[in-house]
Ligand binder design. Structure first.
Ligand code: SF4
Length: 244
C-alpha cells in the first residue's frame, strides 16, 4: 500500500502523463487506497492547530459553522455567547484562512486517510484534541472522526461537542464509540448543569463552566495542562472549566 499522491502530475510529455495515471489507477485498484506522505497529508487536511495549553495538536474549524452554537450565540448566559473561538487571535485573518481551509476539506473522500496519516506522522504525545474551535457538522463528519480514532488506537482522542443529537444518532446506528475516543458533552449555559442525564444515557462524559466536580487545574498552573490528561480520561465523568 505505498503510493505517493503527487500534488501535480509529473512533467515530461503525454506518454509520461498517461503512464503516471495508469500506474496510479493500477495501484489504487489493487489496494483500494491511496497513500500520502505525511507532509502531503498535513497540507491536504489544512494543517493542525496547536492550542498553547495542550500537550498535543488539535484540529479546528470555524466556530461560525457550529450548528447548535449558532442558535445559542445570542442566548444570554449560554457558553456560546462568550465563545473564545469567536474573538482574540481566532479572528485574525491568517487564523480564519487556516480554519476555512480545513473546513473546505472535511467532505473530501480522502479526508480520513489523510487525517490518519497526518496525525500518526506528527503526533508524538499520544494525544489529540478535536475542535478547539468548531464542532461536529453532521453524522458523516462524526463518522469520519470515529474512523480516524479506529485507525489510530495508539492515540487518545478527546472530542468535546454540543451536538447531542448527532452523537445520539451515531450511537443508535453504530453502538459504542472506540475506547480511545473520549467524547464529552459540553454544557450549554454558564453555571448551568452539565448534561449528565443525556450523557449517562449515551454512556458519555461531560464538561461545563461551573464550580462543581473536578475542575480544570490549568488556570493554577500557568494555563497549561502539564501532566493533567483528565479531558482524555473517560473515567473523569465531568470537568469544569473557568469562564473565558
Ligand atoms: S482538565 Fe486537564 S487536560 Fe483538560 S484542559 Fe484542564 S489541564 Fe488540560
Amino acid at each position: 500500500m505505498i503510493l505517493v499522491v503527487a500534488p501535480h502530475p509529473p512533467s515530461g510529455g503525454g506518454i509520461f502523463f498517461i503512464d503516471f495515471f495508469l500506474n496510479l489507477w493500477n495501484i489504487y485498484s489493487m489496494n483500494n487506497t491511496i497513500t500520502f506522505t505525511v507532509k502531503q497529508a498535513v497540507e491536504f487536511i489544512g494543517g493542525f492547530s496547536k492550542p498553547s495549553k495542550m500537550p498535543c495538536h488539535g484540529f479546528s474549524i470555524p466556530a461560525r459553522h457550529c450548528k447548535t452554537g449558532a442558535k445559542l450565540r445570542n442566548v444570554k448566559d449560554s457558553i456560546c455567547s462568550i465563545c473564545y473561538a469567536l474573538k482574540g487571535r481566532y479572528v485574525f485573518k491568517n487564523v480564519q484562512n487556516a480554519l476555512d481551509r480545513r473546513f473546505a476539506k472535511l467532505k473530501d473522500a480522502m479526508w480520513v486517510q489523510a487525517m490518519t496519516i497526518a496525525i500518526s506522522g506528527t503526533e508524538s504525545s499520544g494525544y489529540f484534541r478535536w475542535h478547539d474551535s468548531g464542532d461536529i457538522q453532521d453524522i458523516d463528519h462524526l463518522d469520519r472522526i470515529v474512523q480516524v480514532a479506529k485507525n489510530l488506537p495508539q492515540i487518545k482522542f478527546w472530542l468535546p461537542s454540543r451536538e447531542y443529537s448527532i452523537l445520539s444518532q451515531w450511537k443508535k446506528e453504530n453502538g459504542d464509540f472506540p475506547d480511545n475516543l473520549t467524547t464529552r458533552l459540553s454544557a450549554l449555559k454558564i453555571d448551568g448543569p452539565a448534561p449528565t442525564s443525556i450523557a449517562k444515557r449515551l454512556g458519555l462524559t461531560t464538561s461545563g463552566v461551573s464550580k462543581e466536580g473536578f475542575t480544570c487545574p490549568a488556570p493554577d498552573q500557568g494555563n497549561k495542562c502539564l501532566t493533567c490528561r483528565a479531558c482524555w480520561d473517560s473515567s473523569v465523568s465531568n470537568i469544569n472549566y473557568k469562564k473565558h
